[in-house]
Design a protein around this ligand. Sequence first.
Ligand SMILES: NC(=O)c1ccc[n+]([C@@H]2O[C@H](COP(=O)([O-])OP(=O)(O)OC[C@H]3O[C@@H](n4cnc5c(N)ncnc54)[C@H](O)[C@@H]3O)[C@@H](O)[C@H]2O)c1
Ligand SMILES: [Zn+2]
Length: 447
Amino acid sequence: MASTTNAFSLSLSSKSNTNLSSDSNPKLNKPLNLTLRGSGSGSCELSLGRLALSRSSQLSRRVCPNATRVMDQSVGEKSSAAPTIVEVDLGNRSYPIYIGSGLLDQHELLQKHVHGKKVLVVTNTTIAPLYLDKVVDALTRGNPNVSVENVILPDGEKYKNMETLMKVFNKAIESRLDRRCTFVALGGGVIGDMCGFAAASFLRGVNFIQIPTTVMAQVDSSVGGKTGINHPLGKNLIGAFFQPQCVLVDTDTLDTLPDRELASGLAEVIKYGLIRDAKFFEWQEKNMEKLMARDPYALAYAIKRSCENKAEVVSLDEKESGLRATLNLGHTFGHAIETGFGYGEWLHGEAVAAGTVMAVDMSYRLGWIDSSIVKRVNDILLRAKLPTAPPETMTVEMFKSVMAVDKKVADGLLRLILLKGPLGNCVFTGEYDRKALVDTLAAFCKS
Ligand SMILES: NC(=O)c1ccc[n+]([C@@H]2O[C@H](COP(=O)([O-])OP(=O)(O)OC[C@H]3O[C@@H](n4cnc5c(N)ncnc54)[C@H](O)[C@@H]3O)[C@@H](O)[C@H]2O)c1
Ligand SMILES: [Zn+2]
């Protein structure tokens, strides 16, 4: 890690010559808040339970503004109601995100996305006893031609590495899986990222399905096709863009999720509000206690709205040429905490929460936001029982060395996602006064 400080030092002293702020990129211009295809309040597609994001109308959608603002009471009911569907629009690689309660009991939902006769379920030692049988049943009931193998990985971010990935390949090869098999990721973001990367590279690519079981995975990691593993020098440095066939979010799986994990996922929910959806942030301010108390309607709404935001960003910028990077608000600082502190000590969302506070602090130092936003961010994170500062052991040098290998470094220049303007607006830019970054690091680190 120590050998990586140079690029960052460069970035602190070099003057940016690229303008990467959203102001200069028409794709990034506001408003990008979600709107729906259709042309009148009566013809809004959400009323049919389906939300489609049209590529052709990407930049000019302005329809049915209330549909996504009102809590959808049909989502998350404890019955086998039809799922809410959010479509990720990526041309011929488009896929649905099914959201609802009891979806693992609706076998046809999963089965229609299975290709071939062999399935490999990738999960871990914590989730297997809870949900593996249910998933195998969902895959095989009334479908005797399908055979299901499984591989149960050790649990934890520290196992998101090459060695663990090899266990997936070993099982796939031993089971003689061919190109027409389907990999199923059953678990949180760690399993989803690893299974997705295994699916992207096994036989140069096989089908895969995401069944996310944490808030983090249901609102963020299972959507958008980023897959990968960690390297000791940095998080998620090895991976591939690889889209699933579908994402199945059975909100009942959250019943067994520990409170700390629930809160960790909410850090990403808060992020969507801050970077692009002020109304959603305001909704969260009103409903945070309900979310923390696992109110099923509140959780289902937060998942749906988060997926809508993520789906829209991904459909506009799948490979992260600009807009998609804004989903990393707080992540550059956060990844430094995760890496510097050792994977697994702080949860991803906890590190992102502290990182968000640092990014917001820096935005304020730059004069890009007013102090009320700084306060609102602190308040909502505290209500979500998330950290608002990095661990005390983090030093300025630890931040610098990890941030130097961040994927958003280009030509030695560290680009950051910072808030700018009214709530719900951000920029992805390398054009900022380096002093603000230095001051933020100094303010949050003891040495
Ligand atoms: N690919 C992306 O776009 C993307 C986006 C965000 C995060 N991520 C990655 O996601 C990972 C974090 O994901 P995470 O927060 O889901 O962590 P995780 O996958 O480690 O899951 C958290 C813990 O909860 C347990 N668990 C999962 N579901 C459960 C359930 N229903 N009941 C009880 N326990 C359950 C897991 O076994 C684990 O111990 C990080 O590696 C991060 O880099 C990826
Ligand atoms: Zn994240």
